[in-house]
Design a protein around this ligand. Structure first.
Ligand code: ADP
Ligand code: MG
Length: 457
């Protein structure tokens, strides 16, 4: 069977430079095409929008054909289609299904453990949970005609599961409808993109201008914007978001938004955006009650495969009542303490000891605080962070923890190396320097460091 995905990738490698295709036009118009199948020696490419299809047909089709020719492809023609035309090719698509590109597969943007299954549902979050599930199952489509779930607006305090629900939607759609293109963006990232786009606007070499910005956000099947209370009143930004919103909405694409408060209370929001945000379903997430907090700790124990005595579970659930992230962090801390003491699982004394420190006015932060805060921020386990595992999120968390430790505590590098599973001090230096350089201009790193430090207070 012909591997069209491969052929398309090879052609893409060649296309910049052919008939005036430059890096910008490539990234805006061509990179978003997906090879679907072959019919009558014609390669069928799926465009994310009608507009994209028209532009490619008008300006880039022959360049694409030349690129295919240059890699010796047997296809003599290409045809660009949009979603609605797919039915016509269903037989061929079926035949080529294994080779079609999965939009979200490349490197999933979604945290794998943030799933609906891992989310504990109770009084305080059931509306948000069911709405999120419904949107995941039928994106863009109202469940019934009386109630539109588009946009879905979730709001609630810090650490109550908003981001978890967005990732759950993403993971669900990835698994069940991999052909759909889902984009998850923290609002700060959107703002940064926008700033980059307007500053590169006149730069011929730049790959990212305002046009590319718009295309990035409006050529998706689902847009999830996290923490929209951070949408700044910056000239032009809210206007662009407004138009992206309208485009997506009119094309039946799903929009999901989160915030720490309802749209009516986001004072920086322009009225027209506010009214758009209010146009669908607004669901709030409240603080969990005791029963739910216990259930969350138990769930976490199952996921982490750890045993904790009931009295410890109650102790934690009673003390930490308003923020699930903190609840998880405390559990992690208790477990960490038990490990340090060589206990098979934490007892109530260890729990008291561990939590006393967080509540008491502290003299200072120590390395286990930093490790614990970093783990709970990245939602990874403490055994992972000191292990040899090198998956992206674990490695990143580890480097950030090392960086913060070197920055805040004056410990010998060798000692830090020992804390992290006996790593060589040169590894510690490498981690420290790498994050130090990212901390200059990478917004995600900057934010992570800031948030972790604020958790330490
Ligand atoms: P928010 O985005 O609202 O600030 P997060 O989605 O980041 O909060 O949640 C904080 C942590 O609490 C995450 O690790 C998440 O998995 C966990 N969490 C929140 N709500 C629940 C829940 N209902 N069940 C299980 N875990 C939860
Ligand atoms: Mg969040």
């Amino acid at each position: 069977m012909i591997d069209i995905k491969r052929i398309w990738q090879d052609a893409c490698q060649k296309i910049v430079g052919i008939e005036g295709v430059n890096a910008i036009s490539y990234s805006v118009w061509i990179a978003s095409l997906t090879p679907l199948c072959v019919k009558d020696n014609t390669l069928i490419l799926l465009a994310p929008s009608v507009n994209n299809k028209h532009v490619v047909n008008r300006s880039y089709k022959s360049a694409i054909q030349s690129a295919l020719e240059s890699i010796g492809s047997i296809f003599t023609d290409v045809r660009i289609i949009v979603d609605e035309e797919k039915d016509f090719y269903y037989k061929e698509i079926e035949e080529y299904t294994d080779n079609t590109v999965n939009y979200n597969e490349k490197e999933s943007q979604f945290i794998s453990r943030y799933t609906f299954d891992n989310f504990v549902v109770g009084e305080s979050n059931k509306l948000a949970f069911h709405a999120a599930q419904s949107v995941a199952k039928s994106p863009g489509v109202a469940e019934n005609t009386y109630l539109s779930f588009n946009p879905l607006f979730l709001y609630g305090g810090v650490g109550l599961g908003k981001t978890h629900l967005l990732h759950s939607i993403g993971n669900y759609v990835n698994e069940h409808m991999p052909h759909l293109k889902v984009l998850y963006t923290p609002t700060e990232k959107l703002t940064n993109d926008y700033v980059e786009a307007i500053s590169n606007n006149r730069n011929e070499k730049g790959v990212f201008n305002l046009h590319a910005f718009r295309e990035k956000y409006r050529t998706v099947d689902m847009l999830m914007l996290d923490d929209v209370q951070f949408l700044q009143k910056r000239t032009g930004l809210q206007e662009v978001v407004f138009h992206i919103f309208n485009d997506l909405y009119q094309n039946g694409k799903q929009i999901v938004l989160t915030s720490d408060r309802p749209p009516s209370e986001i004072s920086t929001l322009e009225d027209r955006l506010r009214s758009r945000f209010e146009g669908g379903l607004i669901a709030d997430i409240g603080a969990p009650n005791l029963e739910m907090r216990i259930a969350i700790i138990r769930k976490k124990m199952i996921l982490e495969k750890i045993a904790v005595n009931d009295d410890v579970v109650y102790y934690l659930a009673e003390r930490i009542d308003s923020n699930i992230r903190e609840l998880e962090g405390s559990l992690a801390k208790v477990i960490f303490y038990a490990k340090l003491k060589g206990l098979p699982y934490p007892d109530i004394d260890t729990a008291k000891e561990a939590l006393k420190n967080t509540v008491q006015k502290k003299h200072g932060v120590d390395s286990s605080d930093i490790i614990q805060a970093t783990c709970s921020y990245f939602n990874i386990s403490q055994s992972d962070i000191i292990s040899k595992k090198r998956t992206k999120d674990i490695a990143e968390a580890r480097m950030i923890a090392i960086y913060i430790i070197t920055e805040m505590l004056s410990l010998p590098l060798v000692t830090i190396g020992q804390m992290f599973g006996g790593r060589d001090y040169s590894t510690i230096i490498h981690s420290r320097d790498k994050i130090a350089s990212l901390a200059k201009d990478d917004p995600d790193t900057i934010r992570a460091i800031k948030d972790i430090k604020s958790m330490l207070n």
